[in-house]
Write a protein that binds this ligand. Structure first.
Ligand SMILES: [Fe+2]
Ligand SMILES: [Fe+2]
Length: 315
């Protein structure tokens, strides 16, 4: 791989990384929400609004804790691991030194995001006096990544990991955006999300550049093999199961009547986010596949047929 093909963003990181530029944020004890209603459909369901609106803040708080927990798992167990092995030149795909340096800035950013997330968890527990219920030990990627790796021959495992992390790093931006713009949410939480989003914009470009470099150097056989793995990864990654299980468990902890509880359970069971072309995260993912040049490979287009716009026109 030619080092001249890689353009570093080290200067940009020095000037703008939130770890370099942002003060600590303090959670306000005001009447605004700790988590956006739009990100927890349970509290918007007809039964909930009708029968137990007094449980709203508890549900939002617990959902906020889950979000924090998911961020920590994502940053420290997934992105940190991949970025760190690139930085330390342990990746089977060799990258230029400038690229390894940038990967180390990603490690620093992600560990910092996990630290800030835990800071907010601690502040929220202190302010409300309500600890988190049992939190999931896994996020969707904790299953999607091993499922994809299990299908990859040994020499392609690192490449598949790279592409999977790059996909995830290109969707987190979309995920986080909802917080920073919602005026009903506490200012410090919106600030936390805006900071995170700011760093993730840089990361999305970094991972896309890396995958692009890799894809240019990969041979046709390897590309076709990875193409066949992509839909399996996406099926696992886009599943709603973990959130549904969390919501069902949360309902068990509400102080409500048996009738209301079973009605809420039914509402959650009925919430379906099918993995179709309309899935909300697919727009970002297809944008990534396009910019990294994966979608210029016919076998990728063919393998992802069920996810691509029906017209065959790519974003
Ligand atoms: Fe992050
Ligand atoms: Fe990131």
């Amino acid at each position: 791989m030619n080092p001249a093909d890689y353009r570093s963003f080290a200067d940009d990181w020095e000037r703008r990384a939130t770890i370099r530029t942002r003060p600590r944020r303090v959670l306000e004890n005001d009447h605004k929400l700790i988590y956006p209603l739009s990100r927890q459909p349970l509290v918007l369901s007809a039964t909930f609004v009708d029968q137990c609106p007094q449980c709203r803040d508890f549900v939002l708080l617990q959902t906020f804790y889950k979000f924090i927990n998911d961020v920590v798992i994502f940053e420290t167990e997934i992105v940190d691991k991949t970025a760190r092995s690139i930085a330390k030149n342990r990746f089977s795909v060799p990258f230029p030194l400038a690229c390894r340096y940038d990967a180390m800035t990603v490690v620093v950013d992600e560990d910092y995001h996990a630290l800030v997330a835990l800071d907010f968890m601690q502040q929220a527990v202190e302010m409300t006096g309500i600890p988190a219920l049992e939190l999931p030990g896994q996020i969707e990627l904790s299953r999607a990544l091993p499922a994809a790796l299990a299908l990859a021959p040994a020499h392609l495992r690192d490449a598949v990991e790279l592409i999977a992390v790059a996909i995830a790093e290109n969707t987190v931006t979309h995920d986080v955006a909802a917080f920073s713009k919602d005026d009903s949410v506490k200012q410090s939480i919106r600030g936390l999300m805006a900071d995170h989003l700011f760093d993730e914009g840089r990361h999305a470009v970094f991972w896309t550049r890396l995958v692009r470099l890799y894809w240019q150097s990969a041979n046709a056989e390897d590309r076709d093999c990875i193409a066949r793995i992509l839909p399996v990864f996406l099926q696992h990654y886009l599943t709603h199961d973990l959130q549904r299980n969390f919501d069902l468990q949360l309902i068990e902890h509400l102080d409500i009547s048996t009738r209301t509880r079973s009605a809420l359970r039914a509402e959650v069971q009925a919430m379906d986010f099918p993995i179709t072309r309309q899935h909300p995260l697919l727009g970002n993912i297809l944008g990534f596949l396009n910019h990294s040049a994966l979608l210029q490979t016919p076998s990728v287009v063919q393998a992802l047929d069920a996810f691509l716009p029906a017209s065959g026109a790519h974003p």
